[in-house]
Structure formats: structure tokens, C-alpha cells
Design a protein around this ligand. Structure first.
Ligand code: ATP
Ligand code: MG
Length: 551
């Protein structure tokens, strides 16, 4: 979007904070939990956090929020870093909440010493019950009155592994009658005898999100800690921790998370799709993950453009998937190399073409004056699309049929003279004659035709497989649909089609973006080899979906 756009509410706050001298420089953070691959929702948070730092001058830390040992893996850490780099961002520091476990433990001891935390032996059910309800105050228990000395000893024992998982927790001592349920003595530490991907078996107690996040922000001196709306009730606790520990006063701000039609954006649910085989992997091109989108052929530019267009709001909403596709199409139209690929072929024989074959030249990208030309072999036997021929053409049919003329893209004008059917009555061959002086670029024929067809030379063509993708879900708002989200999976989300392609595709670079004429934008799949070319359809040429819905 243009530079003159209005500041969003977070940008407003930051410019005021800088103008008033509250900060000299800002520091934001992107704090993923390494329990899955990043999705397009994370991209919104990434573009926001890194974008603010770039815009206002400052930095962004990448912080792995790895306080939950049982769901986290190094594979996820690596994928998150790769995705961020691919999106085009570099972080000021790579941090791990687990690097702060010693400091956080010290913070907890400080709270105990101040009489602001206690060890509770109650079960989770008892704790929930004693918390009361939003309209009724909670009741305390005898553990709440433990002495500081006793709490210190018990907490030391917790750390030393003397108790079983769940036998005790450390709780903040705040206010059992607070209207904000999160302030009713929240749990700070739990016992979990689990191996951690970085700290190994050093710890058997782990801090809760609310006793790690704000504290990690403060340790790193984050100025603006931006999270999604569901954390609004946590803000009071965030501030309580910072105040009572007397640490760096990071501030939390909230914006609405991204929701997109026809998809889900939850790592937990995406993990189910992978584990239960609904998709092949986290980077399956149907997945709303960054790695899936990359494999499908989306560009980082188009994802950043999308995040910019949707903007930042304080209210939940759901964004149309076609807006994302629009952004992808916009960018690909500018950069994609045009190529010709024929699916469902019918043979075209040029009866008066006696040169045997020749090399023609076709524009790589009409949108790009520097795009250049590529060589395309032409011969007297071509393949065209079956549906570009009609035995008995209707009135407004501008493609081929008996007596009709069309232009073959970047080649000649041809006229259909006859056709031949097989025993089953299916047209197999169309016979045409070409107009020698109608060659594209030096056409002196004076003939005007309405239709232009794409084609490949039969003997030069290479076989390719096209993976054509559709929405992964059948309903618009998957999160709000009744029952299990997996009931709404679109069984036809992948169609594999065999096709014939012009030979340039064999030598084209792996990372090239293509527009297969009249078919869509395509990108070579990671499984593709020179002997078995496979292309993923990144996006259709037009928004067929929107049209479908208007019917
Ligand atoms: P999920 O529910 O998919 O696991 P999460 O919020 O638990 O998402 P985290 O790894 O904790 O995932 O998220 C890292 C950052 O990305 C957080 O700041 C979070 O608020 C943000 N984020 C996650 N999902 C979205 C979304 N859909 N839209 C915007 N920001 C998001
Ligand atoms: Mg989370």
C-alpha cells in the first residue's frame, strides 16, 4: 500500500512513544511456540512485528516460546527459521524462553520471598472449584496461608524432583475475588517430568505461559509486545508480574488474529490433518502453512502484500481466501514466464507444411519488456486442446471447427479442412492448412481471426504431470461449522492431470514461476525431476470461485 496510508492503531502508539521520548528505539518480538509449522496467520503477526521495526527503526527478536516440553521439537524450530527467512525477514536476536529458565526460577523465588506466591497441593479440579465463578468469589484453601519459609522449601523440592507430576503447583497470591478470573491466584509453575528439546532433563518444573511471556519480554527489553485479542485478559497479569518483580516495563498490545475462509489456522488442527493423512505433510501445497504456500508457488512478496492489505484491527473478522489469491496472481502476472502446455490433446496435422519443422520464438512475459523470447519448436504435427475443436461449431465459437480459422500462438494462422474419428466415434486428428505469410511478428496475410490457440509440437513435447489444487475445505467458516472440522474436508482438493508441454520446461530453472497459457500459474514441485516433471498449480488465472458463487 502507499506510504500515505493512515497509521494503524499500533503505529499511532509507537509514533507517540517515540515522539514523547519514552523510547529511543523500539524492539518487538515474534514469539512462536515450536509445536508446528508457521501458517498464514503467523505471517500476519510476522509482517506486523518486523514491519514496525523496519518502519520505525529498531529490531525484532525471534523468540521460541518453548516452555511446554512435551509438544516441542527441533524440527519445528528449524522450519520456523527457514520460513521467516523465506518471507524476507531477519531477526535481531534468536532467543528461547528456555534460556531464561534459571532467571525465571529466580523470579519465582523473589515472589515467594515477598509473600506473593505459594505452593498448592490441590488437584486441578479442586483448584478450579475453589476459583469460584465470574459472579462468585473464589474460596481460599489452607495452602494459601503457608509461610514463606515453607513455600521456599517446597518449591526447592519441586525443582529437585521430589514430587510426582501434578502433585503440587506454584501459584501467585493475588486476589481470589478479582472479576478477572486469571488474577485469581494463577498457576506459575507446574511439575512435568519431561525431556525438553534444549534443556534436556535439567528441569522437571516448567513455567506457565503467563509466567514466562511477559518476563521474557522484560528480560529482552521488548518495548511493544504485540499479541492477539484473546490475550486481553492476560494483560493485567502481564503487568502484575513486571510490577512486582521490578523488571523492564514491556507493554502488551492486542490485535485481531487472521481468519481466512475455507481454511483453518490452528497448529493443533493442522497437525491432525498431517497425522491422520488428510494431507501428505506440513508442506502439502493445500496447507495454509508458509511451507505449503512456498511449495505451491506463492511468493513472499505476495504474502507480504496480502498482510499489508488486510491491515491491523481490534475486531475479529474473516478474510476472503480469494483476496490472498488475488495478491498471488497480481505478483505472478508480473514475473511468471509464459509456457504452452496441452492437457487432453487432439492431434493437429498441417497438410501443406512441407518444412518439416522450424524454431519459432515466443514472448516470455508480455508484462515485462525485458522478458525476452524463448525458442519453441514447431512442426507439421501438433497437439491442441480437445475442447479447442468442435465438430459442429456453434455461432460464437472462435476456435477450430470445419472451415474455421484460428491463430496458433506465436506461429501461423491455420484453417480446418477436415477431421478423422476413431472406431468409437471420437475425433482423433484434425487436418488444417496453414497460411505461410501469416507468421506472428511478420504477418502480411491481411487475415483477421478471433481465436488464438496454444499448442505443442507432438514430436518435441515432453510429458508433465499437473497437480491442480482446490480449497481444502468445503465450507466458508470452518471454525464455526458444527461438529468435527474434518467432516468438511474437500475430497476433491487435488486433481492430477497428465499433459504435454513445450520442451523449454526441461531446462527451465527449478525456481521459475510459470503461467501455462490459458491454464493458470504453475510452479515446479519439489518431487519433480527432469525425467518426470511435476508442476503445482499455484493459482488459477481468474477467480473461478467467485464466479461460481454468483451463479
Ligand atoms: P495456533 O493456534 O495456530 O497454535 P498460536 O497463537 O498458539 O497459534 P504461537 O506459535 O503461539 O501460535 O504464535 C506465535 C505468534 O503468532 C503469536 O504472537 C500469535 O499471536 C501469532 N498468531 C498466531 N496465529 C495467528 C493468527 N491467526 N493471526 C495473527 N497472528 C497469529
Ligand atoms: Mg500459542
Amino acid at each position: 500500500m502507499s506510504e500515505e496510508k493512515n497509521l494503524n492503531f499500533i503505529e499511532e502508539i509507537i509514533s507517540q512513544d517515540l515522539a514523547s521520548g519514552k523510547y529511543d528505539q523500539i524492539l518487538t518480538r515474534f514469539p512462536p511456540e515450536p509445536n508446528g509449522y508457521l501458517h498464514i496467520g503467523h505471517a500476519k503477526s510476522i509482517c506486523l512485528n518486523f514491519g514496525l521495526a523496519t518502519h520505525f527503526g529498531g529490531g525484532t527478536n525471534l523468540r521460541f516460546d518453548d516452555t511446554n516440553p512435551t509438544t516441542e521439537e527441533t524440527e519445528y524450530v528449524d522450519s520456523i527459521k527457514a520460513d521467516l527467512k523465506w518471507l524476507g525477514f531477519s531477526w535481531a536476536k534468536e532467543c528461547y524462553a528456555s534460556d531464561y529458565f534459571d532467571t525465571l526460577y529466580g523470579f519465582a523465588v523473589q515472589l515467594i520471598e515477598k509473600g506473593l506466591a505459594y505452593v498448592d497441593d490441590s488437584s486441578p479440579e479442586e483448584i478450579a472449584l475453589q476459583k469460584g465463578t465470574p459472579t462468585a468469589a473464589g474460596t481460599g484453601n489452607e495452602y494459601r496461608n503457608r509461610s514463606i519459609a515453607e513455600n521456599l522449601e517446597l518449591f526447592t523440592n519441586m525443582k529437585a524432583g521430589k514430587y510426582a507430576d501434578g502433585a503440587k503447583v506454584l501459584r501467585a497470591k493475588i486476589d481470589l475475588a478479582n472479576p478477572n478470573m486469571l488474577l485469581r491466584d494463577p498457576i506459575l509453575y507446574r511439575i512435568k517430568k519431561a525431556h525438553h528439546h534444549r534443556t534436556g532433563d535439567k528441569w522437571c518444573i516448567y513455567p506457565m505461559y503467563d509466567f514466562a511471556h511477559g518476563q521474557s519480554d522484560a528480560i529482552e527489553k521488548i518495548t511493544h509486545s504485540i499479541c492477539t485479542l484473546e490475550f486481553i485478559p492476560h494483560r493485567a497479569l502481564y503487568d502484575w508480574g513486571i510490577e512486582n518483580l521490578g523488571i523492564y516495563p514491556s507493554k502488551q498490545y492486542e490485535f485481531s488474529r487472521l481468519n481466512i475462509t475455507y481454511t483453518i489456522l490452528s497448529k493443533r488442527k493442522l497437525l491432525q490433518l498431517v497425522q491422520e493423512g488428510y494431507v501428505n505433510s506440513w508442506d502439502d501445497p493445500r496447507m495454509p502453512t508458509i511451507s505449503g504456500m512456498r511449495r505451491r508457488g506463492y511468493t513472499p512478496e505476495s504474502i507480504r502484500d496480502f498482510c499489508d492489505r488486510i491491515g491491523i484491527a481490534k475486531r475479529e473478522n474473516i478474510i476472503d481466501f480469494s483476496l490472498l489469491e488475488f495478491c498471488v496472481r497480481e505478483h505472478l502476472n508480473k514475473i511468471a514466464q509464459r509456457r504452452m502446455v496441452v492437457t487432453d490433446p487432439i492431434k493437429l496435422v498441417i497438410t501443406n507444411y512441407d518444412k518439416g519443422e522450424e524454431i519459432l520464438h515466443s514472448e516470455n512475459n508480455p508484462e515485462d519488456p525485458e522478458g525476452g523470447l524463448r525458442a519453441v519448436p514447431f512442426s507439421n504435427e501438433l497437439y491442441i486442446q480437445r475442447d479447442d475443436f468442435m465438430e459442429e461449431p456453434t455461432k460464437k465459437y472462435f476456435r477450430l471447427g470445419p472451415g474455421l480459422m484460428v491463430r496458433l500462438k506465436s506461429a501461423y494462422i491455420v484453417k480446418c479442412d477436415s477431421f478423422e474419428k476413431d472406431a468409437a466415434g471420437i475425433v482423433q486428428t484434425v487436418y488444417v492448412s496453414y497460411v505461410p505469410e501469416s507468421k506472428s511478428g511478420s504477418d502480411t496475410s491481411g487475415i483477421h481471426v478471433k481465436g488464438t490457440l496454444h499448442w505443442v509440437s507432438a514430436k518435441h513435447a515432453v510429458p508433465v504431470v499437473l497437480n491442480e489444487y482446490d480449497r481444502l475445505f468445503k465450507v466458508e467458516n470452518v471454525d464455526n461449522a458444527e461438529g468435527d472440522f474434518k467432516d468438511y474436508i474437500n475430497e476433491q482438493s487435488l486433481t492430477k492431470t497428465n499433459a504435454w508441454a513445450e520442451p523449454a520446461l526441461i531446462t527451465d530453472a527449478l525456481d521459475m514461476r510459470f503461467q501455462f497459457l490459458r491454464k493458470g500459474y504453475f510452479y515446479q514441485d519439489i518431487t519433480s525431476t527432469k525425467d518426470a516433471l511435476v508442476f503445482n498449480r499455484t493459482v488459477t488465472l481468474k477467480d473461478a470461485w467467485a464466479k461460481e458463487q454468483k451463479k
